[in-house]
Ligand binder design. Structure first.
Ligand code: NDP
Ligand code: 2IT
Length: 445
């Protein structure tokens, strides 16, 4: 058995039943087969067994009271996965589905994503099974304060710097930052995704969506193409989906779908800037359901469905993990889709990934395509420690430079290992090597 297969067996036994985590680990280890063959020093130092085991895992009780005064209990987590390149860095997810397997897959992916950004950030992820849907602002605030009351003892600007993810946006970051500051009596860059008035970075809200479009732009460029005239489908309707649509539209493409956990809207006329502003108000202020879009504009509502049956050139999965299964991938390919850029983390199932790679479409895996969010978080950290702030244009141009360099690094690694155009293999290898070499440098820790 090869070293990668051996290591996967160890991880499978140790993490039995953690389906999402094992899915993410398997994909990375499969890509690394030729790398560990070429570099026996990784096996000698047991790098694969070490990199798949979080440096530290924290689990805690989060008690809070709802508006009726009733006591509620949630579970809080932080997985501090790898600090070879810098302080642990990665988002917090608040969603009822959150469990150890999901946060470990996200934390594991984050190690390689952060490495690809070229910025000094380790990998981590956390969150809670708290469901912000249907909660009042005061309930969300009480939850965030209780969550941070415990988390604050584990994090810090030079230790672990959380940010947003599903269910955690500007409102939640604000409440958590306030509580951290109150308990620690220090105003530091301990969270990213802060508002502009108190240390946030311009372009951070836009960065994940813009970055995923910039990544697709680089992939299209390898075929001498642009977004001009392209039809694009997008899933989700949150932070990532919204700014994906904004940038595609600006670059001349037409976005025809949005979704949430209730269903999909299909607007063949395109979601223009005016309709997008309406969606932003619906989702970020009124916190309503995407179905209302179909009631308000001339669009079809596909109840309980995902957007992958809609014909498109480019697809931007921007909701959640495993939202494209094998059948969805077949439908996309049959309808002529040849660009997939993942705004979400691990949105394609292993069957879907295999199909995209086999058919040699332009497929940008999440750890490369959605790295613009955490990269801009890294820029926010730099601005905080220098106590200054860059302009919108400066941050956007750094973001574009980083997305181009991630694209080029993944493409070069794929070329080097004889799989040109395979961004899955390229991103896994390019992300891994830097972390593995740094772990070797730092000894057995
Ligand atoms: P938001 O909470 O802003 O939006 C999430 C969207 O996805 C909502 O439309 C939500 O619908 C939908 N969604 C979530 N879970 C499910 C589900 N189980 N089934 C169907 N739809 C679902 O989150 P973000 O936009 O920030 O995150 C979207 C994705 O992008 C996630 O995979 C996240 O990990 C990834 N990502 C985010 C980054 C960031 O900076 N925010 C950075 C890199 C990646 P509903 O409201 O009905 O739940
Ligand atoms: O998955 C991700 O990269 C994020 N949710 C953003 C993490 C961050 O620290 O900005």
């Amino acid at each position: 058995m090869s070293y990668t297969q051996d290591a996967f067996e160890v991880v499978s036994k140790r993490n039995a039943g953690e389906q999402e985590f094992l899915q993410a680990v398997k994909e990375v280890l499969d890509s690394l087969e030729p790398v560990v063959e070429k570099h026996p020093e990784y096996q000698e130092a047991r790098i694969l067994e070490r990199i798949t085991e979080p440096e530290r895992q924290i689990m805690f009780r989060v008690p809070w009271q709802n508006d009726k005064g009733e006591v509620q209990i949630n579970r809080g987590f932080r997985f501090e996965f790898n600090s070879a390149l810098g302080p642990y860095k990665g988002g917090l997810r608040f969603h009822p589905s959150v469990n150890q397997s999901i946060l470990k897959f996200l934390g594991f992916e984050q190690i390689f994503k952060n490495s690809l950004t070229t910025l000094p950030m380790g990998g981590g992820k956390g969150g809670s099974d708290f469901d912000p849907k249907g909660k009042s602002d005061t309930e969300v605030m009480r939850f965030c304060q209780s969550f941070m009351t415990e988390l604050q003892r584990h994090i810090g600007a030079n230790t672990d710097v959380p940010a947003g993810d599903i269910g955690v946006g500007g409102r939640e970051i604000g409440y958590m930052f306030g509580q951290y500051k109150r308990l620690r009596n220090e105003f530091v860059g301990v969270l990213t995704g802060k508002a502009l008035n108190w240390g946030g970075s311009l372009i951070r809200p836009e960065a994940t969506g813009y970055g995923s479009v910039y990544f697709a732009e680089q992939m299209l460029k390898t075929r001498g193409e642009t977004f001009e005239g392209k039809t694009c489908t997008i899933s989700g309707s949150g932070n990532v989906a919204q700014y994906t649509i904004e940038k595609i539209t600006e670059l001349g493409g037409t976005c025809v779908s949005l979704s949430d956990s209730g269903g999909t809207i299909h607007d063949a006329d395109g979601i223009d800037a005016e309709k997008l502003a309406w969606v932003m108000d619906l989702k970020n202020v009124r916190r309503g359901r995407i179905k209302e879009y179909a009631d308000n504009f001339k669009a079809t509502y596909l109840e309980g469905q995902r957007p992958w049956g809609i014909a498109c050139d480019c697809a931007f999965p921007s909701a959640t993990q495993n939202e494209i299964d094998g059948d969805d991938a077949k439908a996309l390919l049959e309808n002529g889709c040849y660009v997939v850029s993942e705004g979400a983390n691990m949105p394609s199932s292993p069957e879907a990934v295999d199909l995209f790679v086999d058919k040699k479409i332009l497929y940008g895996p999440g750890k490369a395509a959605n790295a613009g969010g955490v990269a801009t978080s890294g820029l926010e950290m730099s601005q905080n420690s220098m106590m200054m702030s860059w302009t919108r244009e400066e941050v956007d141009s750094k973001l574009q430079g980083i997305m181009t360099s991630i694209h080029d690094a993944a493409a070069a690694a794929a070329d080097e290992y004889g799989q040109p155009g395979n961004y899955v293999m390229g991103a896994n290898i390019a992300g891994f090597v830097k972390v593995a070499d740094s772990m070797l440098d730092q000894g057995l820790v």
